[in-house]
Ligand binder design. Structure first.
Ligand code: TGC
Ligand code: FAD
Length: 387
């Protein structure tokens, strides 16, 4: 028997340091997350603050950023951390993606020196949590239509509007909020507890239950002039952050798929049907082989895109290729694995159905599969077909 990743000699593409980081994150997941995650999912309650501190203590938060207490690791190392986290649960990878690749990245890339000093070291340590408010109730795929406004009043800014589906919302100390101003879309740092700023959790989710998802309401929120991110102008500001988080998902989705496949291979070896192990049937082996191929191809693509990112040549279109392919294939693998577990596959005793329903969200957030198809279509034809 050979591990699915060994079939592709994946480790030969990784440095010793990258393998060590993967092992460190895997150990944290095995110790702090895997034993509890099915319960968090079932109850819909996540100890986000404790988890942030734990993940901060091993340097995972904003690990691909330099300075300000961040670990300054390469893209592949960051990707492997996402793979391990999402192997435990997509909700945990979400917590880390939003903290490091959306909230911290926005401050790191577009913030003033004072904003960076104030927020980044504490966020890297997991002492403070951030969220990223781009989506609105009526504008998800098309953020250019956003209605949230920021207007100047004297030296202050006054924000009005609603952001929807915001990961980490109610556990955040700071929200990065994108709003329309007279000079185009700008980003603002809104500390929790600012008068007029309220946060309501979204209940009754069936997917990503081990993750906090919230609505942010901004009703006459008055902020000082220095709450604006000075270096972000126009929609390219928030969209630039999305490239970072989408990159993590390219690896992360394969982590969820790998956990499903490993669980299923073990199950099929033990489960007897018609007096023989499930794994000994040709139909089973064809399913397992097909899944291993897609998993391996997705991992090779992820590492390749990671090396491009490290070389500074990765384009947004290539990120779309990876997000579209790997999330779609991960979801397909999770669903196929579910069939092999039979009725057992619908319970939380095994992680497969949890990964499967989580991946439904991953298919939608950070750009839906349709939006990424259109990005790739535009790259191939030169014609934008979004509108
Ligand atoms: P378009 O006219 O094409 O572009 C506007 C400006 O933005 C620039 N741009 C980008 N810059 C950096 N990275 C990218 N990926 C970029 N895509 C576009 C572009 O060059 C232009 O700049 P400039 O200076 O010329 O003005 O914009 P459009 O309105 O036609 O929209 C294009 C489209 C549909 C691809 C874009 O709106 C899009 O990506 N929509 C999807 C929205 C989305 O992904 N939202 C995610 C919200 S955050 C989230 O889901 C977190 S989930 C939690 C977790 O991660 O775990
Ligand atoms: P819509 O844009 O209404 O899309 C509905 C359908 O129409 C989709 O199938 C879509 O692909 C399709 N569609 C849209 N446009 C086109 C087109 N031009 N051509 C063909 N089909 C099209 N957002 C944040 O800002 N921050 C967060 O932290 C965050 N966290 C999230 C966490 C979860 C669990 C979820 C589910 C979402 C989160 N989101 C977040 C929001 C997410 O980014 C949006 O849901 C996503 O961008 C899609 O927007 P929408 O839900 O409004 O769908």
């Amino acid at each position: 028997m050979i591990e699915p990743t060994a079939l592709f000699a994946l480790d030969t593409l990784l440095t010793e340091e990258e393998r060590e980081i993967r092992t460190t994150v895997r150990r944290v997941c095995d110790r702090e997350i895997r034993p509890h995650v099915a319960d968090w999912f079932e109850t819909g309650e996540l100890p986000a603050r404790e988890l942030a501190r734990t993940l901060g203590s091993v340097g995972v938060l904003g690990m691909h950023l330099d300075g300000y207490g961040c670990a300054g690791m390469g893209a592949v190392s960051y990707g492997l951390a996402c793979l391990e986290l999402e192997g435990a649960d997509s909700g945990l990878r979400s917590l880390v993606s939003v903290q490091g690749s959306l909230a911290m990245y926005a401050i790191w890339k577009y913030g003033s020196e004072e904003q960076k000093q104030e927020w980044l070291p504490a966020m890297a340590a997991g002492e403070r949590i951030g969220c990223f408010g781009l989506t609105e109730p009526d504008f998800g795929s098309d953020p250019a239509g956003m209605r949230t406004t920021a207007k100047r009043e004297g030296g202050d800014w006054v924000l009005n509007g609603t952001k929807m589906w915001i990961t980490n919302g109610s556990v955040s100390d700071v929200a990065v909020v994108w709003a329309r101003t007279d000079e185009g879309v700008r980003g603002f740092l809104v500390p929790a507890g600012t008068p007029g700023f309220t946060v309501n959790d979204i209940k009754h989710k069936i997917s990503l239950r081990a993750s906090v998802t919230s609505e942010l309401v901004l009703d006459g929120v008055r902020l000082p002039a220095d709450a604006m991110l000075p270096e972000a102008r126009g929609l390219r500001g928030p969209l630039g952050c999305l490239n970072e988080a989408r990159f993590g998902i390219i690896f992360g989705a394969m982590g969820a798929a790998l956990d499903c496949l490993q669980t299923t291979i073990a199950y099929a070896g033990e489960r007897e049907v018609f007096a023989k192990p499930l794994s000994s049937f040709q139909l089973t082996q064809e399913k397992l082989a097909d899944m291993a191929l897609e998993l391996g191809k997705g991992l090779l693509l992820a590492v390749h895109l990671g090396r491009l990112k490290e070389a500074g040549t990765l384009t947004p279109e290539q990120v779309s290729v990876g997000k579209l392919n790997n999330v779609r294939e991960a979801l397909d693998i999770a669903r196929k694995c579910r069939t092999l577990l039979g009725a057992s596959g619908i319970t939380l005793e095994y992680p497969v159905i949890r990964h499967s329903v989580n991946l439904e969200s991953v298919l939608t957030y950070e750009g839906t599969s349709e939006i990424h198809s259109l990005v790739v279509g535009k790259a191939l034809t030169g014609v934008a077909a979004f509108k």
